[in-house]
Design a protein around this ligand. Structure first.
Ligand SMILES: [Cu+2]
Length: 109
């Protein structure tokens, strides 16, 4: 009983200020032919927070960030990293346009 109450209180008060909101958010993306992972993965980001896509691919591709302004990255075979920031709150989709896969859905706050 007492334990439950204490945990509930802790859960309520802590959180938001841990870790600093502007440390980069790294997301691993793997492209193998028509298979792209992750798919429709929900992530959260803050306005101005760097988002880094660590991409491993076996073909040429095209990553498209449906933000305003938008970002487009030409993917070459091998490993590459693409970094961008988002400047407006809302829901931003990241697609791989060769396979038409929705990779990420970023909630920006
Ligand atoms: Cu697109």
């Amino acid at each position: 009983m007492i334990l439950t109450t204490a945990l509930a209180l802790t859960g309520c008060g802590s959180g938001n200020d841990s870790g600093g909101s502007h440390s980069p958010e790294h997301v691993k993306v793997t492209i193998k032919g028509d298979s792209v992972t992750p798919q429709s993965k929900p992530i959260n980001a803050s306005i101005g927070q760097p988002i880094v896509l660590d991409v491993t691919s076996n073909r040429n591709g095209e990553l498209h960030v449906h933000s305003s302004p938008e970002h487009e990255f030409e993917v070459a075979p091998g490993h590459s990293s693409y970094r961008f920031t988002l400047q407006q709150p809302g829901l931003v989709d990241v697609e791989e346009h060769v396979s038409d896969v929705l990779v990420l859905r970023i909630t920006v706050k």
